[in-house]
Design a protein around this ligand. Structure first.
Ligand code: FES
Length: 138
């Protein structure tokens, strides 16, 4: 009796190639490669990094789960991007405030305190450290 090997080898290779390409595409889209910030880890430290030049003076940006602000030139603050009202992410940073459009809460650029509710608690402060032209937020 002759045993022949199934002919799925080629299709298995095609499947592996396709899933590898898919994983690469997902990583490029979600790993921060090619963007202005990235999440780092290892060696006991972790954090999100952002270029100093990406944070506008008198305003700020939302980077993943953080809000990074520069209320005055050279002064950087960071907060959790989770609104303290219902835990939804804030959506915008203007020259006046960090804005959660879900129900209209606004927060101070300088210390994350509530400017207008319904939120009653400040955004949770994060740690921001500067190393040259790079900020690390954790
Ligand atoms: S979740 Fe932000 S204002 Fe309600």
């Amino acid at each position: 009796m002759t045993v022949t090997e199934p002919s799925y080898t080629a299709s298995r290779r095609a499947l592996l190639a396709a899933t590898g390409a898919g994983a690469l595409a997902l990583c490029l889209g979600g790993c921060g490669i090619g963007g202005g910030s990235q999440t780092t880890g290892g060696n006991g430290g972790s954090g999100t990094t952002v270029a100093v030049g990406d944070v506008p003076v008198g305003s700020g940006i939302i980077v993943g789960s953080f809000v990074v602000t520069q209320p005055t030139e050279g002064t950087f603050e960071a907060f959790s991007s989770r609104c303290t009202h219902q835990g939804l992410p804030v959506q915008q940073v203007t020259d006046a405030a960090i804005v959660c459009g879900h129900h209209g809460s606004t927060f101070s650029l300088a210390d994350g305190s509530v400017i207008t509710g319904p939120a009653t608690q400040a955004l949770t402060a994060a740690t921001v450290t500067r190393d040259g032209d790079t900020l690390t937020i954790s």
